[in-house]
Unconditional design. Structure first.
Lengths: 913, 109
């Protein structure tokens, strides 16, 4: 009741301010008049009566102010006054305001954007119910198992070194055997993929990423359908009719979110499938970074023409990742022990044991959040480094804001003193300063939020362009981090804005005001003020040091990229356009594939701007690699040697400009079913055929034998940084291919005519991917480029901020010592002496910061070591270049205020203020 | 007015004002004079305290103001006690009695 009444009053006071004030005025007047009349009635003269009445009231204005201060809503009103005043003050110094807001915005925005990527890539949990109950089955042993083939789809780490091997791939039978335990698991599923499926029946043929999953997949994950139904156990039975479930995002983008999708027929790899439903919107991924367009039952593997599981999906090959959902309250270790027993029983006994007893195989139930790492492995190290870099940027930004606030509040000490002298209370003055700081911080923070959104999306786009598959990342600016950084910015602003204000409020007003007339005679406040420039100096030194650390990191990445880009790949990497097709997905048999490739080669080579065209099973330097164990003729050891392999078409070496050193290259007769021949590289000859004539020698794999007909120069196949490895090029007689077009023009400009040619040839064979060779190399260098890009940006930001800090410090120094400069000049100091005086001050701060910065950089850069190539973490060139850059730019920032000092006119300066 | 009186006044001003306007509406000066009268001259309320208190109590809904003519035919702002004001008098009187009793017994001890 009382609260309501006060709120009503507050509203009235704020909205009808004039009326309320007029009433108050009239009330006080009538009071004064009443007293005056009393006096007159008592016999006092009218003038004297009025004077006495006013004296008794004690000042009509003061009474009115007392009423106003106690009025409901008075706080809101004074706050609003403060805001308007602060806006006026801030508008008066746009430079200061702009720099503080921009600094805060960049600090908050960049930090939040980076963290959002880190969060999406490394931290976010799987978007299903109770993801903590999901476990991945991982085996490890002293050796690889001896199955009849193994594949992994990058969901979970598979690695092997001498004496140790680990992976998650399993054959279907083993998956069934060890996870069929209702006492341990609520449900379990196995999956593999995604496969590139040729999708027809929805406009022009396109490629869809199809994940092969067991019927229990959605039940295990706890994902419900948005439309229709998800897959069920019945879909997995042999002979079940082929069905597919669409991913929600893909349904939206490729099918326009059409709700009448259920029951629609599509063709996948030329097999008729029925769409039965769409997954829930919240289910965006299982493995981070892996995107799936649709889900098909494992049982359709063979029908889709995939050989991943062997002859059928329940064949002998190890290819499935197994995921189980533990029963609630079931201990992971307990389930692990039980599964281990069953696993050993199944793998070590029977006709063909997968391991010897001495291999000591064991199984671990790894939490899915860690186990299904996906691309997290690739990004975790660079992202952690970037987080560290981001923290440095935030520190620099805060130091910068702190320095600016400090300088500014010092230059306003007099204003504060005058206000105090005029009767403002200290708390009132502080409230005013606080309002200003808050306004600045809020403006910076709002701009920062905008930057965070833009930054997060740019980063996600950059990342997904450069990974091997389209990246499905749910990058949202993270609210917690945003609040944290905003809080930090606010605190900095308030602490360094308010601190000096409190001090100013404590100083004796008279002394501050007198300062102007007393000039450079040291007053107590003057002596006390020595401490503040000290703090300002420290802030600048810290900024310089941090900038040096960042610049050094960026410099090292720059040098690394320069070295990597100048690596000789062995072939001419410029002006090559690459396109990938797989006609077998559209139902082509080997003979038709050969005809298509012949025609394509002729038509594409005939395009204007194309010098020559060829094809191979994989593109070089694209992240794909095929290796094989070979037995080379004349070698004594019975163990096969390992060689890189690539299937190529006619004119391949000519197109790639990979020189043939001896013999001949692969020709049209070789791919048309001639006797199997091979071209090997120099490393092959050197390592396996030392001292013998390679031409006419044979080598063989498990099932094939080739005769060497030529030798080519070494070329980089897998990675730019590897040393030259033995490679054998053999004729391409089957399967999909990457076509290489050697162009005489910009390869990207050729894409439209190339696409038209392909469309005219057969529109059922979609072009899966188009890229220039330079782009594939850039993608190979993704981590280094990401680091260079971001570290470079941050370093530039840090450098800019440090310069602003220096500039601000010296500007203040010059402004507050104008009188001193005037005296010095009047007494005969040369202008260049004055310039030197201030430049020296800046130089001292710069050098101190540089020493601290180079020292810290030397400690920190080794963290980058794994990402560097051809450059040592303590590369002297980088360190010296960074030092010169920083001192040069820093001195330029000092020069502006210093030259202003030089131009001080002594006559004006002595009359200053 | 001595320092002691001021302190006492701060805690009791609301109650005194509510009491003063209990017998009928009064304007500012009237309230001041009435308080002086009912406290037998102990408290003299200065306008610097009186007006903020009047306005605050008006906003709290204990007093309701209206403009009327004074005995000298001048326009003046009068205050009248509301129902809420009367409840407040009862409440504060009770509180005050408790304090007074406690103080009296404490001083006797």
């Amino acid at each position: 009741m009382r609260l309501l009444s006060r709120m009503k009053a507050a509203l009235r006071n704020l909205l009808h301010k004039q009326q309320v004030d007029a009433d108050l005025d009239a009330e006080i007047h009538s009071y004064v008049d009443a007293i005056t009349e009393e006096r007159i009635a008592a016999g006092v003269g009218p003038v004297e009566a009025r004077r006495k009445a006013l004296a008794e009231v004690g000042g009509a204005e003061q009474v009115k102010q007392a009423v106003r201060d106690r009025r409901a809503g008075a706080g809101i009103e004074t706050f609003w006054q403060d805001v308007r005043y602060a806006l006026r003050v801030l508008r008066k110094s746009p430079g200061f305001t702009g720099v503080v807001i921009a600094t805060l915005a960049l600090g908050i925005g960049a930090n939040t954007a980076i963290f959002s990527l880190v969060n999406a890539a490394l931290l976010q949990s799987i978007p299903v119910e109770h993801p903590e109950l999901l476990v991945v089955l991982r085996w490890s042993a002293h050796n690889w198992p001896h199955p009849s083939g193994m594949s992994s789809f990058g969901d979970c780490l598979m690695e092997g070194k001498t004496g140790f091997a680990t992976g998650c791939s399993l054959p279907f039978s083993l998956f069934r055997e060890v996870t069929h335990r209702p006492d341990l698991f609520t449900s379990a599923t196995a999956f593999a993929g995604p496969a590139n499926l040729d999708l027809a029946g929805n406009g022009q043929a396109s490629i869809a990423k199809g994940e092969l999953v067991s019927g229990s997949y959605f039940e295990t994950l706890g994902v419900s359908p948005a439309v229709g139904r998800v897959l069920i156990d019945g879909d997995e039975k042999k002979g079940a009719s082929p069905v597919a479930v669409l991913d929600y995002g893909y349904w939206q983008s490729a099918f326009g979110g059409n709700p009448a999708i259920v029951g629609r027929a599509i063709r996948l790899n030329d097999v008729a499938f029925t769409i039965v439903g769409v997954t829930d919107r919240t289910f965006t991924r299982l493995t981070p970074g892996k995107s799936v367009n649709l889900y098909v039952p494992l049982a359709q593997m063979k029908a889709l023409g995939l050989g991943w599981g062997g002859s059928d999906y329940d064949g002998e090959r190890w290819w499935l990742t197994a995921l189980g959902r533990l029963k609630p309250k079931m201990k992971r270790t307990q389930a692990e022990a039980a599964v281990n027993l069953m696993f050993l029983n199944a793998t070590m006994r029977g006709a063909k044991p997968a391991w010897k007893a001495s291999d000591d195989p064991r199984v671990e139930l790894e939490p899915a959040q860690n186990g299904l790492a996906g691309f997290r492995r690739l990004l975790s190290e660079p992202l952690q480094l970037l987080m560290a870099a981001m923290c440095i940027v935030l520190l620099v930004a805060c130091a910068n804001v702190a320095g600016l606030m400090l300088v500014r509040s010092r230059s306003r000490e007099r204003e504060m003193a005058v206000r105090l002298a005029l009767g403002a209370s200290r708390s009132r003055v502080m409230q005013q300063v606080l309002t200003e700081s808050l306004l600045l911080s809020l403006a910076g923070a709002s701009l920062g939020i905008v930057l965070a959104y833009a930054g997060a999306h740019t980063l996600a786009a950059f990342t997904s362009e450069n990974l091997y598959q389209f990246l499905q990342l749910d990058v949202q600016p993270d609210a917690t981090v945003l609040l944290f950084t905003i809080g930090m910015a606010l605190l900095t602003g308030i602490a360094f804005g308010l601190g000096p204000a409190v001090k100013g409020a404590r100083t004796r007003a008279a002394m501050e005001i007198n300062r102007g007339t007393m000039g450079c005679v040291p007053t107590p406040t003057h002596v006390g003020r020595r401490r503040w420039p000290g703090l300002g100096n420290i802030l600048v030194v810290v900024q310089v040091a941090l900038s040096i650390v960042m610049l050094t990191g960026a410099g090292l990445m720059l040098r690394t990229l320069e070295k990597l880009r100048s690596v000789d790949a062995g072939f001419d990497t410029r002006n090559i356009l690459l396109l990938w097709i797989d006609p077998t997905l559209a139902g082509y048999d080997n003979a038709r594939v050969q005809n298509l490739y012949d025609t394509m080669q002729q038509k594409l080579a005939a395009l204007p701007g194309v010098v020559s065209a060829s094809y191979s099973s994989d593109a070089m330097l694209d992240g794909d690699l095929w290796t094989s164990g070979l037995k080379v003729e004349g070698q004594s050891s019975s163990e096969p040697v390992e060689s890189q392999m690539l299937r190529v078409g006619p004119r391949y070496f000519e197109t790639m400009r990979l020189p043939v050193m001896r013999g001949r290259s692969v020709n049209i007769a070789d791919v048309r079913g001639g006797p199997p021949v091979a071209v090997v590289n120099q490393a092959f000859v050197q390592q396996f055929l030392k001292g013998r004539d390679p031409i006419g020698m044979h080598f063989r794999s498990d099932d094939k034998k080739w005769m060497i007909v030529g030798v080519v120069r070494n070329a980089k196949y897998d990675s730019l940084t590897d040393e030259d490895k033995p490679t054998a090029y053999v004729p391409l007689t089957e399967g999909g291919a990457a076509f290489e077009l050697r162009t005489a023009m910009s390869p990207a400009a050729l894409i439209p005519t190339m696409r038209k040619t392909m469309h005219d040839l057969d529109q059922n064979v979609p072009v899966m991917r188009v890229q220039t060779q330079s782009e594939t190399i850039d993608r190979l260098l993704f981590v280094q480029r990401l680091m260079e890009w971001l570290l470079g940006g941050f370093a530039g930001l840090g450098l800019g901020l440090a310069c602003i800090g220096l500039y601000g410090l010296l500007s203040y120094e010059v402004a507050s010592r104008t009188r001193e400069i005037g005296v010095r000049t009047a007494l005969g100091a040369q202008r260049k002496n004055v310039l030197g005086l201030f430049l020296r001050r800046g130089l001292v701060a710069l050098l101190l910061g540089s020493v601290a910065g180079l020292g810290s950089a030397a400690l920190v850069t080794r963290l980058l070591a794994s990402m560097l190539y051809g450059v040592k973490p303590l590369d002297p060139v980088t360190f010296v270049a960074v030092l010169l850059l920083l001192v040069g730019v820093g001195l330029a920032a000092c020069f502006i205020p210093a030259s202003r000092a030089m131009q001080v006119d002594p006559a004006v300066a002595l009359r200053y203020e | 007015m001595s320092q002691n009186q001021t302190k006492l006044l701060q805690g009791t001003l609301d109650l005194l004002i509510l009491k003063a306007v209990g017998d009928g509406e009064l304007h500012g000066l009237g309230v001041s004079r009435r308080i002086e009268q009912i406290t037998r001259g102990t408290f003299q309320v200065k306008p610097g305290s009186l007006f903020p208190a009047l306005h605050r109590m008006e906003e709290a809904g204990w007093l309701t103001p209206f403009w009327g003519d004074s005995e000298n035919n001048r326009r003046a702002k009068y205050y009248r006690r509301t129902k809420a004001g009367e409840r407040q008098v009862v409440l504060e009187t009770k509180q005050w009695a408790t304090i007074a009793e406690a103080m009296a017994s404490a001083l006797k001890a």
